[in-house]
Write a protein that binds this ligand. Structure first.
Ligand SMILES: Nc1ncnc2c1ncn2[C@@H]1O[C@H](COP(=O)(O)OP(=O)(O)OP(=O)(O)O)[C@@H](O)[C@H]1O
Ligand SMILES: [Mg+2]
Length: 344
């Protein structure tokens, strides 16, 4: 009888454009090496928007510099579509760097140049003819919605418009990946939303892959498909937004579904409960309150957040119960497959 190798066709992985494996980066110091990145393994899918979050010093900038080949990892690989970036030098390294477009917190435009000429600058450097540049710049202005501002100088543009010019400039030479380092940190809430909508629109229209470094959970919530949380140079959590928000044990769950902290003088009677998580699935505040009431533990809602994130209804509520009934509340909630936690 012939051996049956498999009933199933081979599992096709999601097409990853960028794959990091066992990445490590140390910096020498008089007191021994400082490890900025340790054992970073993650992959970023083509055409997705990936967020990288983490506190100051977590290693975000070091990671980005390793991606673009500005810095060489101490160990590990950075594979861009089959090319190992850390092993490149000279012209090959310069060529691979052109596959990344960079967007920063401030667009850093040249004041002496119009919006159109700022956008055309990378094309000039790459040796495009004036005619080709004109056509490409017109296309880019249209893409970022600034056709009527082509001749304005940076001083005549709002912060959001300047950032649009910066994004157009980053896209000029048709990179595969747009790397955005805190792209909206200097913008107000409404402008932030419009820039995030633009990034999503560019991804949809151009199929470009976007990596966003941010300290703003709202940015991750609104625009990212997948996210990686770095802490002390390591990957603490990584995955699709819809999955991380449904895991009440994770830190991203809390970061992405924030609740106000309980008052300083509270006496241990606050219990937090995740809604719409992977275990219970319930999104009904009333159902949670009824469950406690029926169990003889009256509770009130002190704070609640309920949002649709990555198409999934999720939230957190903070319940106020009599301090001596906290343990009973936790027991009742756990029995119903909810994930309660006594607020510290
Ligand atoms: N050139 C360097 N020499 C020595 N140590 C460095 C160097 N660059 C970074 N580090 C250290 O590596 C760690 C990660 O730094 P990194 O700048 O990547 O953090 P970050 O997440 O970008 O922080 P931030 O949010 O403040 O920008 C820090 O402990 C930092 O002090
Ligand atoms: Mg940084």
């Amino acid at each position: 009888m012939p051996a049956i190798t498999s009933y199933y066709p081979p599992v096709t992985e999601t097409p990853s454009l960028l794959r990091l494996t066992g990445l490590r980066r140390e910096f020498p110091s008089p007191r021994g090496p400082v490890v900025a990145l340790e054992d970073i393994t993650l992959s970023i899918t083509r055409g997705s928007i990936h967020g990288i979050v983490g506190r100051s010093g977590a290693g975000k900038s070091t990671l980005i510099r390793c991606l673009t080949g500005l810095e060489r990892p101490t160990a590990g690989t950075v594979d861009l579509d089959g090319t190992d970036i850390p092993s490149l030098t000279g012209g090959a390294l310069r060529a691979v760097r052109r596959r990344f477009g960079m967007v920063f917190q401030h667009a850093n435009l040249l004041d002496s140049r119009s919006a159109a000429d700022n956008i055309g600058l990378p094309l000039e450097i790459a040796g495009w003819s004036a005619e080709d540049r004109r056509a490409r710049v017109a296309e880019l202005l249209d893409l970022v919605g600034l056709t009527d501002r082509a001749d304005n100088h940076p001083g005549q543009l709002s912060g959001g418009q300047q950032q649009r010019v910066g994004i157009a400039r980053a896209l000029a030479t048709r990179p595969d990946i747009l790397l955005c380092d805190e792209p909206t940190s200097a913008l107000d809430a409404a402008t932030t939303r419009s820039i995030l909508a633009l990034l999503r629109d560019l991804r949809d229209r151009l199929g470009i892959t976007v990596v966003i470094i941010t300290h703003e959970p709202s940015v991750v919530r609104e625009v990212c498909d997948t996210v990686t949380l770095l802490a002390d140079g390591r990957v603490l959590e990584s995955g699709p937004i819809a999955e991380v928000v449904a895991d009440p044990a994770g830190r991203l769950h809390r970061d992405l579904i924030p609740l106000p902290p309980p008052p300083l003088d509270h006496e241990g009677g606050h219990v937090e409960v995740a809604l719409g998580d992977a275990r219970s699935g319930t999104t009904s505040v009333d159902a949670v309150l009824a469950l406690l009431r029926d169990g003889g533990v009256p509770a009130e809602v002190a704070a609640a957040t309920l949002e649709t994130i990555a198409g999934r209804r999720v939230g957190r509520i903070q319940l106020e119960v009599a301090p001596e009934r906290t343990a009973d509340a936790v027991r009742l909630l756990e029995a119903a497959h909810l994930s309660p936690e006594v607020a510290a």
